[in-house]
Write a protein that binds this ligand. Structure first.
Ligand SMILES: Nc1ncnc2c1ncn2[C@@H]1O[C@H](COP(=O)(O)OP(=O)(O)OP(=O)(O)O)[C@@H](O)[C@H]1O
Length: 255
């Protein structure tokens, strides 16, 4: 399998109100083509900071990030544009991630046009990607306020995959949705995994959800990756005390 992303000893600190917060500490991992990797851990452990550094919304303090073998940690100009195409993100709140004045079709086309696709082709593809994400192509004519939360999340996934990224980062994509809609989005993610040759980083505080979608899981605690292994292996045989508690908490709720 080809390596899509390699993260080596990345660090990030923020200046908090009174003290420095070391949000990400020496984190290293790799993601291969076709693989869906979960990143789990409690609120504030550093998951979103990792996503932001990979997608270059935040800079790293130190460490290296390789995308398709190329170091992108300090990318600028043309290389940075390639990063923006190759790594797409889907966020927790889909409505906020869209420009409210643009119809879905226009938002989806925008990314493709920015990366060199003609307007005519982008229009056809926008309809096709909406369909792949379970929406009729007529949704291209709707505004974000004219659809449900689940439909809006489907449209935001369509927008992300329309530029054919190498890596799709999903940051708590189901957290803002109600339970039945969550299940539909999880089903869509699984279908995409089968159909589209990408790598996925699926961020969630919910290890049960990660178990459904991901082949491998990284467990984070206090800025560090404390466990990295196949999802089944980690759930059945967690090595770390924190991971054990995280897994026990699912079964406590389930019972
Ligand atoms: N821009 C910022 N300025 C200051 N501190 C920040 C900033 N962004 C994140 N932090 C801090 O860094 C730490 C890690 O935050 P991060 O958002 O990465 O965690 P998370 O695991 O994604 O949490 P959640 O699941 O709640 O989104 C937290 O202590 C947070 O308060």
């Amino acid at each position: 399998m080809e390596s899509v992303l390699e993260v080596k000893k990345i660090n990030k600190s923020y200046m908090g109100r009174n003290r420095k917060v070391h949000a990400v500490k020496n984190v290293s991992f790799e993601i291969y083509e076709g693989e869906c990797v979960g990143l789990v851990g409690e609120s504030g452990c550093g998951k979103s900071t990792i996503a932001k550094m990979i997608s270059r919304l935040e800079s790293v303090d130190s460490g290296e990030i390789f995308l398709n073998g190329k170091d992108i940690a300090d990318a600028s100009g043309k290389t940075l544009r390639e990063v923006y195409k190759s790594i797409q993100m889907v966020f927790q709140n889909p409505v906020e991630s869209f420009n409210p004045r643009l119809k879905f079709g226009e938002s989806i086309m925008e990314g493709m046009i920015n990366h060199g696709v003609s307007r005519g082709e982008a229009k056809v593809k926008a309809g096709e990607y909406l369909k792949i994400c379970g929406l009729p192509k007529e949704f291209a004519g709707r505004y974000p306020h004219q659809v449900s939360g689940g439909e809006c999340q489907r449209a935001s996934i369509a927008r992300a995959i329309a530029v054919e990224p190498r890596l799709l980062i999903c940051d708590e994509v189901t957290s803002a949705l109600d339970v039945t809609v969550q299940a539909q989005i999880v089903k869509l993610m699984k279908e995409l995994k089968e159909e589209m040759k990408m790598a996925y980083l699926f961020i969630s505080h919910d290890i049960a959800l990660v178990q459904e979608v991901c082949d491998r899981v990284l467990v984070m605690y206090n800025g560090q990756v404390i466990e990295d292994g196949s999802t089944d292996e980690i759930i059945q045989n967690p090595q770390n005390e924190y991971t054990k508690r995280l897994i026990d908490s699912i079964f406590e709720i389930a019972w």
